[in-house]
Design a protein around this ligand. Structure first.
Ligand code: DGY
Length: 329
């Protein structure tokens, strides 16, 4: 009897592949490159399990995969997956939270520091041989220590960024749709404020919200106008949470001091104006990109996949309603 098939959309660490291959017939796409939905649909026709590493799993893919029993996303954000379409078919969708929290918070903090201290410009200055002697006014930046950090979204990663800010004696304000218990606020040293206060008072505004219809263009022209002209925007969440054209306009008109961006509205396309701005530090969506964390993400995705294929509830289920409806039948 042939083993059920599992498809992995990009190369992932071999330990994760072996974990799955011990029980299933695994096919892993060898190219570490994007996959369009038609290609993905073609590869999923016979599969029962799909490990998606950044691939867009749209309704067309689900519809052409009659045997599909689980979509295990390698990533905490799952806006690349049509969860509603999976739910309609009773297919569990899973993600990989927790294992990437600290690594992604590190990257957000790296951007938060690199932009105001002009680290990329400094690096270029030295490499290009411009450092002939030390000038008094050479590459002056902006302080981080003691400033106000605005955390938009106090989930796992937002909390981890807030924790780092404490080491810099920053005042940490946050805004979120849900407010944790006062004891937790005290423990984290953070203060809840309304959305407008957050925008008005932050010296550094860092976004840590998932991409949903509600958070699409969460930061647009109106919000950018509320920020201080000395403020910096940090985005290591999702590019579509920011209206990139409005951001460019705010930066060009000096209504905003700078930005640190790991994510973009239409990745991998970056607004051309951003490429020429020395006060903006850019990274190619590498928030979780360390060897340890990527391994942990792949292993967790494998665990989620195996649980679902075994008929168990996967540990990191994002559409629990599929089980709720099964138990109420
Ligand atoms: C995540 O885990 O959501 C990262 O942004 C990778 O997509």
């Amino acid at each position: 009897m042939s083993l059920p098939k599992v498809y992995i959309t990009r190369p992932v660490p071999s330990a994760a592949v072996e974990r799955i291959a011990a029980r299933y017939d695994v096919k892993m796409r060898p190219e570490d490159a994007p996959l369009d939905p038609a290609q993905l649909a073609e590869s999923c026709r016979e599969v029962e399990g799909l490990v998606a590493t950044g691939a867009r799993v749209v309704e067309e893919v689900i519809a052409q995969a009659p045997r599909l029993r689980v979509v295990a996303n390698v990533g905490v954000g799952y806006d690349n997956i049509d969860v509603a379409a999976c739910t309609r078919r009773g297919i569990p969708v899973t993600n990989t939270p927790d294992v990437l929290t600290e690594t992604t918070a590190d990257l957000a903090f790296v951007l938060l520091m690199a932009a105001p201290r002009r680290l990329v410009e400094c690096d270029r200055y030295v490499r290009e041989g411009k450092w002939q002697y030390s000038k008094w006014e050479m590459l002056w930046g902006t302080d981080i220590y003691g400033k106000t950090l605005g955390v938009y979204g106090l989930g796992r990663i937002g909390k981890a960024v807030a924790g780092r800010a404490r080491g810099f004696s920053m005042r940490v304000l946050y805004h979120d749709v849900v407010r944790p218990a006062p004891a937790l606020e005290q423990e984290l040293g953070v203060q809840f404020v309304g959305r407008e206060t957050l925008l008005r008072e932050a010296d550094y505004l860092t976004l840590h919200v998932p991409l949903t219809p509600e958070t699409h263009h969460l930061i647009g022209a109106r919000e950018l106008a509320l920020l201080k002209p000395t403020a910096f925007l940090i985005n290591a969440a999702r590019g579509k949470c920011v209206d990139e054209a409005a951001l460019v306009e705010a930066l060009e008109s000096k209504r905003l001091a700078g930005a640190g961006l790991d994510v973009f509205e239409n990745e991998p396309h970056v607004h051309p104006a951003l490429l020429n701005m020395p006060n903006v530090v850019l990274a190619p969506h590498v928030g979780s990109a360390t060897a340890q964390t990527r391994l942990a993400m792949a292993m967790l995705a494998a665990e989620n996949l195996l649980a679902a294929l075994d008929g168990r509830r996967p540990p990191n289920l994002v559409n629990p309603e599929i089980y709720a409806s099964a138990s109420s039948q």
